[in-house]
Design a protein around this ligand. Structure first.
Ligand SMILES: [Mn+2]
Length: 565
């Protein structure tokens, strides 16, 4: 049995600092690294005006705003150039709405995931020039696109870059560059996503415009919430406020596309949570570019026509279904090939020209989970270049690993746990051996721990509205603010129910003084394994789980993360 430990045991001193709060609140604050009364107050009481910074603190903002207003006055054609993922698309939609409000003459451009390069390209710039564009505003891309920006200038187009990716090397010769991570930018919060940076630009434009009612830009926060959660940004500081208030806007959003999508997905709009954004909305927005054209998702977010909205929502729903099937098919094939081998090297490397590169990240995720080692998968589509995705189990930093084998790649990029790359046809043959020898030399990180850290130990009797309200103060949850996890050491089961089409979901019922309480695990048969399959009524089990509200009955329940015995 894996030992369970409480994350932050609080001593007397800490308890005194948080004297005004109950035990659980104090413990959750401490577990989030909050140590002063002032910080606790800020964290528990997000305030839009206080927590969002003046957009003009961002380097280049004055220049960008002036240039955009002069383009609007001069009726120059503006193109919003955004990335094709669930950060670029909402960001493109956000500037679409803002520029429309301001009466600009503009269009949106989103490159195609398979046909075009990532970010700006010389070809795209030339296409926009032919269409009469005089000013390009990027969203979620552009910070490294020196050559396309040089080409734009040659053609008499000015470029405003808004991006949040880490700059490296020379900056493009753009008219203005908005990026809190660039050198000399003293903007106080660095972790905005691409749509977050676009929102700062919209805020600045709104401040300088005469359009009433003041504060109209806040209605764009639904898009900021979607992108910040989907792009896995740290939910601290300004992001915490943007997402908290963005979710409120999302619940009231009148965007016909979101309304139609919620209906299709069976999500109650007025109760949308960050989980609905991560697991329902973001996959459908991403399915557009993975399976077809990113334009579909962009139009869903911007259309004002309920009939078009309905059609687009159906289309995205269908694309998401075929995306799921395609991922499952490739995953099955990968696992079949792996199962056929008697042993596995320290890095799993597989590929097939028939695999669609845009899906391989999702496949790699499940292979890492099963095999517990770094996984590199490659495929090909619409191009002669081999592209792929990699995921790490946490034992090596993928960026270091790829740097060590840099000669084998055409291009590569990413983070410690996930990345992407491209290869030439020749290097495919030596790819695996190159990665294996790089893996030998690269430093190893400590693997996953055996111990499980929880925020506290509870009894099933503790599930109450008061507990839920305490936990809700800590929402929204995500990166840097994980959903509180609890240990329920002795849960006496009254009833064990398997439900769903293939009886794949598990519901455990328990009797308490407050009435029946439930613990639930979706796809328990697949995700929880043996322990789940062997539970019986009358037994006592030890559970790890989050506490949530049953969306239908509003009664508090446990969302099972693991069954320990
Ligand atoms: Mn992004």
């Amino acid at each position: 049995m894996s030992p369970v430990k409480v994350k932050a045991e609080i001593n007397k001193d800490v308890r005194e600092v948080f004297a005004e709060y109950d035990d659980l609140t104090a413990r959750l604050l401490a577990a989030r690294g909050i140590s002063s009364k002032g910080d606790a107050h800020l964290f528990l009481n997000p305030d839009y005006e206080r927590d969002t910074h003046d957009p003009f603190l961002m380097l280049g903002m004055d220049r960008a705003v002036d240039r955009i207003f002069s383009a609007i006055e001069g009726k120059e054609k503006i193109t919003v150039f955004s990335d094709y993922d669930c950060d670029g698309i909402p960001g493109g939609a956000l500037l679409h709405d803002a520029l429309k409000k301001l009466g600009a003459y503009f269009t949106n451009y989103i490159p195609h995931r398979n046909r075009d390069r990532y970010g700006m390209s010389v070809e795209a710039v030339e296409k926009l020039h032919a269409g009469g564009t005089k000013l390009i505003i990027t969203v979620d891309c552009g910070i490294t696109d020196v050559e396309p920006v040089v080409r734009a200038r040659e053609l008499g187009i000015e470029v405003i870059i808004s991006d949040h990716h880490l700059p490296h090397g020379e900056l493009p010769p753009a008219y203005a560059i908005l990026n809190p991570k660039r050198e000399h930018c003293t903007y106080p919060f660095k972790e905005l996503c691409g749509t977050g940076v676009a929102y700062k630009l919209a805020q600045a434009l709104a401040q300088k415009s005469a359009i009433d009612p003041k504060g109209w830009e806040k209605w764009l926060l639904d898009l900021v919430a979607i992108a910040t959660v989907a792009d896995l940004m740290e939910l601290s500081g300004e992001n915490r406020a943007l997402v908290r208030f963005g979710l409120l806007v999302l619940r009231k959003s009148r965007r016909p596309g979101l309304l139609a999508l919620c209906k299709k997905m069976g999500v109650m709009q007025r109760a949308i949570t960050e989980d609905d954004v991560s697991f329902m909305i973001a996959p459908r927005v991403n399915a557009a570019s993975r399976m077809d054209d990113p334009e579909l998702a962009f139009r869903l977010l911007t259309t004002e026509d309920p009939v078009e909205a309905e059609a687009l929502a159906s289309e995205l729903e269908a694309l998401n279904r075929s995306r799921r099937t395609a991922v499952a098919t490739i995953t099955k094939e990968v696992k079949r090939r792996l199962a056929a081998k008697s042993s596995h090297p320290s890095v799993i490397v597989l590929g097939d020209p028939a695999w669609r590169p845009a899906l391989l990240g999702l496949v790699a995720n499940s292979v890492v989970e099963e095999y517990g080692r770094p996984v590199f998968l490659w495929g090909r589509e619409h191009s002669t270049v081999i592209k792929g995705s990699c995921r790490s189990d946490g034992t090596v930093n993928l960026v270091s690993l790829m740097e060590e084998a840099r000669g084998t790649f055409l291009e590569f990029g990413g983070h410690a746990f996930s990345g992407g790359f491209s290869l030439t046809h020749e290097s495919v043959l030596t790819f695996e051996s190159q990665l294996l020898s790089a893996h030998e030399t690269v430093p190893k990180e400590e693997g996953e721990r055996e111990e499980r850290f929880v925020d506290g130990v509870l009894a099933i009797e503790d599930l109450s509205d008061i507990l839920l309200r305490t936990l809700e103060q800590f929402a929204p949850f995500g990166m840097g603010n994980e959903k509180p996890l609890f240990h329920f050491p002795e849960v006496r089961l009254r009833e064990v129910v398997w439900f769903g089409k293939g009886e794949e979901h598990l519901k455990l019922r328990c009797a308490t003084e407050r009435g029946t309480r439930e613990a639930i695990a979706f796809f328990a048969a697949r995700d929880l394994g043996e322990e789940a399959r062997s539970v019986r009524a009358g037994q006592e089990v030890s559970l790890l789980g989050n506490v949530e509200r049953d969306t239908r009955t509003r009664v508090p329940r446990i969302r099972i993360v693991d069954i320990l015995s």
